[in-house]
Design a protein around this ligand. Sequence first.
Ligand code: SF4
Ligand code: SF4
Ligand code: SF4
Length: 166
Amino acid sequence: MSHPPANLSRRGFFRGRSAPAAPLRPPWAVDEAAFLQQCTGCGDCIRVCPTGILTALAPGQPPVVDFRQGECTFCGQCASACRPRALRREDDRQPWSYKAAAGEACLARQQVECRSCGDFCPEGALRFPARAGGPALPVLLEDRCTGCGACLAPCPTAAISIGRPD
Ligand code: SF4
Ligand code: SF4
Ligand code: SF4
């Protein structure tokens, strides 16, 4: 995957995030209304996901992503398993628009050195520019963030959320 220059499209990593308007569906899900019509709740996607991040709130319910269990590698197995094509992987469709954000609990904001999220980000989307008077704060390079969720579980204070951009 090619990346834009690192100084483009920086955005605040620290943002309050209100409750998501819609649940976080698996990658390549069709839009929410269509998804709820097409998904049969069969659970095939949940069973094949190698990182175990897909779950249902109750048996037979449509799947949601739980990044506390791990990250999405965009392997596509969930979409391949989805017979009604509620997950539709086609050349021109992005898996999702999710991005990472961090809240007040970030240790670096509490004057404690921590770079766990950056250490686990496979895309190099988190940078830590030096700052006077305290530990470096993480900065998200939005164009690099795939919303994979790899940064969420390693955060020692559960400060990171994954969601749709504002
Ligand atoms: S693309 Fe792969 S890792 Fe991501 S949710 Fe689907 S099966 Fe799981
Ligand atoms: S495989 Fe498709 S139809 Fe079955 S639960 Fe997953 S998204 Fe729904
Ligand atoms: S969601 Fe993935 S790509 Fe984005 S900052 Fe976290 S680990 Fe990096």
